[in-house]
Design a protein around this ligand. Structure first.
Ligand SMILES: Cc1cc2nc3c(=O)[nH]c(=O)nc-3n(C[C@H](O)[C@H](O)[C@H](O)COP(=O)(O)OP(=O)(O)OC[C@H]3O[C@@H](n4cnc5c(N)ncnc54)[C@H](O)[C@@H]3O)c2cc1C
Length: 531
């Protein structure tokens, strides 16, 4: 019996009952082709790659989907411009190609073209820096062209005047403003949503996706799995094991030594910057290559990031930003704003860890942008580094390595042509009618934000509950809370607040929504168990 036989076969629905059934099935027959450890973007991508090639695949995640770095990113789908600057042409091109795949085929419903503007303001740019940035932008445009991404999707680089600059970012400083340079990149509505879409699509192709299951005593062909909800243990035998645990990779494979670096963002109300529709890019004083970005986000916020701080020592579950980082971000962005932001404007903050490989001689090799596939003497295949943007390529490389090393019976990778749940072309998606911008079967009252988060699955989300907001002034429907439990594998209130929705990014919002979320989660969990 495959882990997903029975009522869930061929469905992308993840819920507590499926988890129980699949753990039991695995206990009955613990031999699988591929064990994937880690439910971030990399592990979910590996599970989809392997399952869609016909491998019997199990993904285990110690906490929840997108619990780690994958929910703390800047949520950009990069075209690789910054790698060009350091001469890393291969990485830059790979990024541009993967951005095109995501935006045209696999997840266009979760990504929009984001204008990123560099304001031309006195004192903000060093002499010659504007010309340097313009050259870089044009190189990025050339990359887009070579990757085959149409200009209709990501408009070409241009210079805009001061009025247009103020229209896109009303909070920009106006004194001496001569306009701005504008380039476009992709922006995810939310990083954790990409992970959930990947995991669910993998489940549809037969992967078992098991959260609250920690892998221990991992070898190239086996692991002990611990169900952290019950304490039950299970020994699995696998054709191959892929370690996709990000900054925790060294705990699973002790031959790997990581030395993480922390990246922090803070969140302010979008109103404080006049509700911008473009990102503001502000050079860090004294550097030609570092910038602070103010990125418009869902739920009426702007994220301002990001830092790069050495973070040695044990890996925390949730890294914490420091006061110094918050001050640095505010100070840098304020140089381009008409009204300076203060500490009182900060509604929330978050930090994520980039995995850097410790070379042992006091320096680190930055693989946070390039990825590595490594095999340890035990045969464990570790895939680490890279970015959200390149998860698909990382997954393909990791599964190729596992297949090659162990002779697994896999078909060729085809994930570049495989739409994720909610994307146009996915078999359960309902298409958008031409020219309307609303789903065919979905009433006009459907919030645009729900469409942005769920795309072609919006009809299914609305069937799960009411379209009223979960709390006054919060742009998340009660239906999305219910759907998180009935279809997206959320097991408790924290999964819903902190990962399926991002209400939890602002503590005040989480408190306003908590009671309603607790009620809906309670009702839905009951229904899932009875059903
Ligand atoms: C601040 C910051 C900003 C970024 N911004 C961007 C961006 O804008 N665009 C972009 O493309 N990339 C960006 N990146 C990079 C990107 O976020 C990461 O490359 C990516 O999220 C890493 O995903 P992962 O799946 O490898 O690791 P993670 O997301 O950390 O997943 C690892 C998972 O493994 C689980 N785990 C650990 N140990 C075990 C175990 N023993 N058993 C089972 N499970 C286990 C953890 O709970 C965790 O969920 C950014 C990174 C940082 C730090």
């Amino acid at each position: 019996m495959t882990p997903t036989a029975g009522p869930y076969a061929g469905t992308s629905r993840l819920d507590a009952a499926r988890r129980t059934l699949e753990l039991e099935a695995l206990g009955d027959d613990p031999r699988i082709d591929l064990l994937v450890i880690g439910g971030g973007v990399t592990g979910a991508g590996v599970a989809l790659d392997a399952a869609s090639r016909g491998l019997r695949t199990v993904l285990v995640e110690a906490r929840d989907l997108a619990f780690g770095t994958s929910r703390w990113s800047s949520k950009l789908v990069h075209g690789g411009l910054r790698y060009l600057a350091s001469g890393r042409i291969k990485v830059a091109r790979e990024s541009a190609v993967e951005r095109g795949v995501l935006m045209t085929r696999t997840a266009p419903h979760l990504i929009r073209a984001l204008p990123q503007l560099v304001p031309l303001l006195p004192g903000l740019l060093r002499p010659g820096q504007a010309a340097l940035i313009r050259t870089g932008f044009h190189a990025g445009d050339a990359l887009r062209l070579t990757a085959g991404t149409p200009g209709a999707l990501l408009p070409r680089v241009r210079r805009i005047d001061a009025d247009r600059t103020r229209l896109l970012v009303p909070g920009v400083r106006t004194d001496g403003l001569r306009g701005a340079l504008v380039a476009h990149d992709g922006q995810l509505v939310d990083d954790a949503r990409l992970v959930v879409a990947l995991a669910r699509t993998a489940a549809q192709y037969g992967a078992s996706v098991l959260t609250r299951v920690r892998a221990e005593q991992v070898t190239g062909t086996s692991a002990r799995l611990v169900d952290t909800l019950t304490g039950r243990e299970l020994a699995v035998r696998a054709g191959a094991v892929v370690n996709a645990t990000g900054v925790w990779a060294g705990e699973v494979d002790t031959s790997i030594r990581l030395r993480p670096s922390r990246g922090t963002h803070l969140l302010v109300d979008a109103r404080a910057l006049g509700n911008p529709t473009a990102a503001l890019t502000v050079p860090v004083p004294g550097s030609t290559s570092r910038f602070v970005f103010a990125l418009p986000q869902q739920l009426g916020r702007v994220a301002i990031g990001l830092t790069d701080e050495d973070a040695p020592g044990p890996i925390p579950d949730e890294p914490q930003p420091t006061e110094a980082e918050l001050s640095f971000l505010l100070e840098t962005v304020n140089a381009a704003l008409e009204t300076a932001l203060t500490r009182a404007d900060v509604r929330g903050a978050y930090a994520g860890l980039r995995p850097l490989i410790d070379t042992g001689d006091g320096s680190t090799a930055d693989i946070s942008r390039e990825h590595a596939v490594l095999e340890n003497p035990d045969g464990v295949v570790t895939v680490v580094g890279g970015k959200l943007t390149t998860y698909r390529r990382m997954a393909e490389d990791a599964v190729d390595a596992a297949v090659r090393l162990r002779g697994l019976p896999a078909r060729a990778c085809w994930t570049a042509r495989l739409p994720l749940i909610g994307a146009p072309g996915h078999r359960d998606s309902r298409p958008l009618p031409a020219g309307e911008g609303a789903m065919g079967s979905v009433p006009a009252s459907v919030p645009a934000s729900l469409l942005a988060r769920h795309g072609g699955a919006a009809h299914e989300v609305l069937a799960a509950g009411e379209s009223a907001p979960v709390a006054e002034g919060l742009d998340v429907t009660r239906a999305e809370i219910a759907y998180a439990v009935t279809h997206e594998g959320a097991l408790d209130v924290a999964d819903v607040l902190d990962r399926r929705t991002r209400i939890g990014l602002v503590a005040e919002d989480a408190e306003r929504a908590r009671k309603a979320v607790e009620e809906i989660v309670g009702e839905c969990r009951g229904a899932v168990q009875e059903g």
